[in-house]
Design a protein around this ligand. Structure first.
Ligand code: SAM
Ligand code: SF4
Length: 314
């Protein structure tokens, strides 16, 4: 369906947990988040019911996110339930990749069609530093397991952080020579944990093109402006919520793990969905879509959301 600004909304990002086994410095506090009582987060059944209602409202693509979706108990059941909804064309999942060695094949079997794997550095010591508790080799093993399970068009999400990984841009881009992956550089958004970081940490996407002038533009895909190295198997995507906001083309809504619909990652407004069923649930989702804010205010006042990224679902 269309929102109040005439944008077609067909993409739902659904957070299944705000917990995570990593503590990425820009995303989560060092001590993590307090574990909520079990009943505070959506149950498997509620998630599938909300997914079904969202599809009835015109959603055709769902991405599961978090927190880390693969630490959520019942994640395979959730995937099986959502992937069997008539009218859902795509079920995707964004993960830090650390559990894919064990879970890539079961996720594939449960109906997940695409994976985005987050990876901010290719150096083991820096990986441990940015994630505070992750191990690079687990994620690299996870990438291999994902490919072996049939996830051939993997996307790697790399958040650009000045002074941390700008020296590795060329190494990430070089991965696309051999691998049919899309390496996506994402501009760091000043919110939550990193909202007060020094200015030099926030790099515009043009940094990538300056580091790799041989990149050639190809057709865009969704919100990503895309490039390819001559003859490369894979592609490079630039996701630029700060320097080139894509609000005018945004097709997304979000639902938090505690069941609140958000029209925009950065907005304060949330519409509670828990306890609603059938026509009432669909009506609430339609209301949330109709009220989606026209744009965010990251560059003129900052993010309005009081939540950290792990709570909303990146
Ligand atoms: N745990 C999963 C993961 O890391 O892929 C899924 C959730 S995570 C919040 C989703 C994505 O948001 C990750 O690629 C992460 O790097 C990105 N992210 C988190 N905080 C961000 C920020 N302030 N600006 C830009 N991207 C951010
Ligand atoms: Fe966890 Fe993903 Fe946030 Fe890192 S970016 S702390 S992996 S939710």
């Amino acid at each position: 369906m269309q929102d109040g600004c005439g944008r077609t909304i067909d993409y739902l990002r659904l957070s299944v947990t705000d917990l995570c086994n990593f503590r990425c410095r820009y995303c989560m506090p060092e001590n993590g988040v307090a574990k909520r009582p079990h009943g505070d987060i959506l149950s498997v059944e509620e998630i599938v019911e909300i997914g079904r209602a969202a599809v009835a409202c015109g959603i055709t693509k769902i991405r599961l996110t978090g927190g880390e979706p693969l630490v959520r108990r019942g994640i395979l059941e959730i995937c099986r339930g959502l992937s069997s909804i008539d009218g859902l064309h795509e079920l995707c999942l964004t993960t830090n990749g650390s559990s894919l060695s064990q879970l890539a094949q079961p996720l594939r079997d449960a109906g997940v069609q695409r994976l985005n794997i987050s990876l901010d550095t290719l150096k083991a010591d820096k990986f441990a530093q940015i994630t505070r508790r992750g191990t690079l080799s687990d994620v690299l093993d996870g990438l291999k397991a994902a490919e072996a399970a049939g996830f051939s068009d993997l996307k790697l999400n790399t958040v650009l952080i000045g002074g941390f990984n700008d020296s590795e841009i060329a190494d990430f881009v070089a991965l696309t020579r051999e691998h049919p992956w899309e390496v996506r550089f994402i501009e760091l958004m000043p919110m939550g944990e990193c909202s007060l970081w020094d200015e030099h940490c926030f790099l515009p996407d043009s940094t990538v093109l300056k580091s790799c002038p041989e990149l050639q533009p190809i057709e865009n895909c969704g919100v990503a402006r895309r490039y390819r190295l001559p003859g490369a198997a894979g592609t490079v995507g630039l996701i630029s919520p700060v320097s080139h906001d894509f609000c005018g083309e945004c097709r997304r809504i979000r639902i938090t793990s505690d069941g609140k619909l958000k029209g925009c990652l950065h907005s304060r407004e949330e519409l509670p969905l828990r306890g609603l069923h059938g026509i009432e649930l669909e009506a609430a989702i339609r209301r949330g879509i109709a009220q989606k804010p026209p744009r965010h205010h990251l560059t003129d006042g900052g993010s309005d959301t009081p939540r950290d990224m792990n709570e909303i679902g990146g």
